[in-house]
Design a protein around this ligand. Structure first.
Ligand code: SF4
Ligand code: MG
Length: 304
């Protein structure tokens, strides 16, 4: 059974006196237990908003989010919060997950308490993320960025989530810590049988740890597939542009900010296929009619 099933999710950001911005515009995405899904796309494409809606931090405007088979978007607040206790999030800034004024051991203990876990110690959790058990009495500022992110991961995993979400968890880290922290998240999530939704604009790291990739553009998922297949044979012109933009020398790289043309304003998205003003393969139909959602949402690959 799919652990997380996001179906045609719509999330509008409303600011008084301004038109609503459709940050997520009908996105569908699934994560199975024990599976690592990498969600990639340029900044501002709606990745974080999708994650926040999954966690119940931002209300969904439309569509459904089912978690463990329960359609949480249709539950009342209290029952929804209870259903969502199985989701833990690790943020870009560890201080969004950690309280700077409390000892890290106490914060990991909070996670263990959520799970009602009396058998595991705070020291065990620190060791699982590669830190000495004796560091439990320290405060977050006494650690490096990479270590702090390890502590945030320990705190999240202590709560025994069935779904772990990382929202750009490595983008504030040194290059040397990025792959280590990403690999650690994958290892610990898979070991515990949890699913991992890993949001990043670093395609090289996503390639390293994700079983499947989902590519997001301006509020929509435009391509999904097994990582190796998408990497070897990207089909959507946007995915192709992303992969082409990666420096060829080492096959590694980060998502470019400079594909041809600017990312359109999500408050006023282009007609038809949202990528058409930037797409080198655009046809007449592309500006008129939106392609159907699917593994590749593009008129070049009409559904059979
Ligand atoms: Fe390009 Fe048309 Fe495909 Fe959109 S639908 S990505 S504009 S070819
Ligand atoms: Mg973001």
């Amino acid at each position: 059974m799919t652990l997380l099933d996001v179906d045609d999710l719509v999330v509008d950001h409303r600011t008084p006196g301004r038109p609503a911005v459709r940050a997520v515009a009908g996105a569908s995405l699934g994560v199975a237990a024990g599976e690592v899904v990498g969600l990639v796309g340029e900044s501002g494409c709606g990745k974080s908003t999708l994650a926040r809606a999954v966690c119940g931090l931002t209300p969904a405007t439309g569509g459904t989010i089912a978690f463990g088979g329960t359609p949480v978007t249709r539950l009342g607040l209290r029952r929804r919060d209870r259903a969502l206790t199985g989701i833990q999030m690790v943020f870009q800034d560890p201080y969004s997950s950690l309280n700077p004024r409390r000892r890290v051991g106490a914060q990991i203990a909070d996670g263990l308490a959520v799970a009602g876990d009396r058998a595991t110690s705070v020291g065990d959790m620190l060791e699982r993320v590669g830190l000495p058990a004796g560091m439990a009495g320290r405060y977050p500022h006494e650690f490096s960025g990479g270590q702090r992110q390890r502590i945030a991961i320990a705190r999240a995993l202590a709560a025994r989530p069935s779904l772990l979400i990382g929202d750009e968890p490595i983008s504030a880290l040194d290059a040397s810590a990025q792959a280590q922290v990403a690999t650690l998240m994958r290892t610990l999530a898979v070991e515990s049988g949890a699913g991992l939704l890993f949001i990043s604009h670093d395609l090289s790291v996503v390639r390293l740890i994700a079983d499947r990739i989902a590519v997001m553009y301006l509020g929509k998922i435009v391509e999904t597939g097994p990582t190796a297949e998408v990497w070897a044979d990207p089909r959507h012109p946007y995915t192709q542009a992303l992969l082409r933009a990666i420096p060829a020398a080492d096959g590694l790289g980060t998502l470019p900010e400079e594909l041809p043309g600017d990312v359109p304003d999500p408050a006023d998205p282009p007609s038809g296929c949202r990528f058409h003003p930037r797409c080198p393969k655009a046809m007449d139909v592309c500006a008129r009619t939106e392609p159907a959602p699917g593994p590749v949402s593009c008129w070049l690959y009409p559904p059979a």
